[in-house]
Design a protein around this ligand. Structure first.
Ligand code: ATP
Ligand code: MG
Length: 573
């Protein structure tokens, strides 16, 4: 395409609202435009990159035996009530009322819709397995949309759902998707790692996330220094101690101390001159299994996904001020386990040492010299904290965990029979017995893949896009459009590239060469062919590879063959 007729507006200045490199570059390269918080339009250059990723996804999904469908974005509440998620999905679900008073939601995911379709169509084991996927717009009312399309409220997802007759089949479906994801992300030019993950509100019993390694990633991955274990922070286990029991405590008693205004770990530590590791944080939670307290060391963080698993609850939230007051007789900041009559779960790291400083269940008071084994009634011990750098590996004796950051681009879940049972998706097995279908679901954030690829492929000057997802793999850049032979040669090269199916930009703008070079770098075009009067006199044009910066001189007659040789085998272009 000719640059002069492209709907493409680049900008030099770095937009202030953008924190990460991909967001900055996508705005500067005119790929996306914000409409409202977490809601973006794709402009032509951005959409082309998105379509490249979609094509790779479609090819690999089809090759893995999945079939494409397109499901509605608006979903009736009845289905969500059947699955039991209408009341537990929370505020990310944007709910709507139609003119007749019917309740609907903007689909954040499509387990219910697809299960409803499959249960109506499939009745026998002979029709299984089946895997259906779509590439479609999701809406999640994210609490903190940020980083542009990386964490948006409206975003495009590829979601696939598999239905199998038995566990072995379900394993195979999962495996096939896992392999397809490895191919998809490799073809997109990403450095990634598959890690064990928590299933969250989608449910199910097993899952892996595909993480693109990037320092700006929102996710923390813990990976073992010596074995293959890797998990996201929500899921990462910590090697279990040999036995779960508190250390014996000396005889004696605790001491109540006045700590006016000291509520946070830092404030209390400073006031009493103790280290955070000698303090117990007591957090009061409400859940569908009642109110309870979670206890962790002052220098540790509660892991709510682990807490959910320990309690077997779905909904879990930090208690509000009134609930805290009711159970601790004190405002927020002074809760402690001594004398507390609600259920208590303590993190296993707390059994290692004592004595501790704890909240006094009285405004402006804490207790010193507390031994949990001596001074606190019934406490359950379990792993309820976030793992961190240096913790022992849960799988091998030798290793310890290293913390790295990543961007979650894909997620594969074994759902089991959670939805098929709740929504009655049954089939007759070989013996004529009615059985629930065994499901899996598999998501990829398509826009997030584009953003993650930019995050990994960028330098000070702009994007360094991999050929497989670059909107235009080649740009022809005539230095001076008014010089007849320069423009003539550039146009001839451009026409021939286009004829060979290589999508090319011809920068036909009558602007300073510096402006053109800057745009070419910003846009991340993998190969830039510069045509200038001086070079033509020597019988050459210059071709620069954006990712490496290497420049080669090639004759105008050979440049098209040169490009197609470079691009072939680099996926679709
Ligand atoms: P996250 O932990 O990042 O919120 P999730 O676990 O909620 O992700 P899934 O429900 O597994 O995400 O969705 C499948 C994929 O959709 C994710 O792997 C991610 O790539 C993408 N995705 C999820 N939420 C968003 C969002 N708000 N904006 C863009 N992409 C998203
Ligand atoms: Mg989410």
């Amino acid at each position: 395409m000719k640059f002069s007729s492209m709907f493409l507006y680049t900008m030099k200045e770095v937009p202030r609202e953008a924190e990460v490199i991909s967001h900055k570059l996508m705005l500067r390269a005119g790929m996306i435009k914000k409409l409202a918080s977490g809601i973006y339009s794709y402009l032509p250059y951005g959409l082309k990159a998105l379509r490249r990723v979609e094509t790779i996804i479609r090819e690999e999904m089809n090759a893995a035996g999945a079939q494409e469908v397109l499901l509605p974005g608006v979903q009736p509440s009845e289905l969500w009530k059947e699955s039991g998620r209408w009341n537990v999905y929370g505020k990310e679900l944007l709910r709507l009322i139609d003119r007749k008073g019917g309740e609907f939601a903007l689909g954040p995911t499509h387990e219910e819709v697809i299960t409803d379709i499959v249960r109506d169509q499939i009745h026998s084991y002979k029709e299984l397995p089946v895997n259906l996927y779509q590439i479609q717009t999701k809406f999640r009312d994210e609490i903190r949309p940020r980083f542009g399309i990386m964490r948006a409220r409206e975003f495009i997802m590829k979601d696939a759902y598999s239905f199998d007759a038995d566990d072995r089949g379900a394993e195979k479906s999962y495996e096939a998707m896992y392999r397809a994801y490895e191919r998809i992300f490799s073809r997109c030019g990403l450095k990634f790692k598959a890690v064990e993950a928590d299933s969250g509100p989608i449910g199910g019993n097993f899952s892996h996330e595909f993480m693109v390694l990037a320092e700006t990633g929102e996710d923390v991955i813990l990976s073992c220094s010596s074995c293959k274990y890797a998990a996201n922070l929500e899921k990462a286990e910590i090697a279990k101690p040999a036995s779960l029991a508190f250390q014996d405590a000396p005889a004696g008693t605790f001491e109540r101390v006045h700590t006016p205004g000291a509520r946070t770990v830092e404030e209390v530590c400073e006031f009493l001159g103790v280290e955070p590791r000698n303090l117990v944080k007591t957090l009061i939670y409400t859940s569908d299994k009642g109110v309870f307290a979670a206890l962790v060391r002052g220098d540790h963080e509660v892991n709510e996904a682990k807490l959910r698993r320990v309690l077997g609850c779905d909904a879990l939230e930090l208690a509000d001020e009134a609930t805290i007051e009711k159970h601790t007789s004190a405002p927020r900041g002074f809760a402690g386990p001594v004398g507390l009559s609600i259920r208590m779960i303590a993190d296993s790291a707390l059994m290692e040492a004592g004595p501790y400083v704890v909240g006094g269940n009285l405004e402006d008071h804490h207790l010193k010299n507390v031994w949990l084994s001596r001074d606190v009634a019934a406490v359950t011990l379990d792993d309820i904290r976030d793992a961190r750098q240096g913790d022992p590996c849960p799988r091998c004796a030798a290793g310890s965990l290293e913390a790295i950051r990543g961007i979650e681009v894909g997620h594969v879940f074994k759902l089991g029979t959670k939805y098929s049972q709740a929504m009655n998706a049954m089939f007759l097995d070989e013996n004529g017995v009615l059985q629930p279908m065994i499901m899996g679901c598999y998501g990829i954030g398509v826009g997030r893949v584009v953003a993650a690829a930019i995050e990994q492929h960028a330098d000070e000057a702009g994007m360094t896009l991999p050929v497989s997802i670059a909107p235009y793999p080649v740009m022809v850049l005539p230095i001076n459009v008014t010089a007849g032979d320069v423009m003539e040669t550039a146009t001839a090269i451009y026409n021939e590239l286009q004829r060979q199916g290589i999508e090319t930009i011809l920068d036909d703008r009558d602007v300073r060469p510096g402006v053109k070079f800057m745009d070419a770098d910003l846009l991340g075009v993998p190969y830039r062919i510069t045509v200038g009067a001086k070079g033509l006199k020597e019988g050459i044009v210059e071709v620069k590879e954006r990712s490496t910066g290497t420049v080669e001189k090639v004759s105008p007659q050979e440049i098209v063959a040169y490009c197609s040789a470079r691009l072939s085998g680099r996926n679709n272009y």
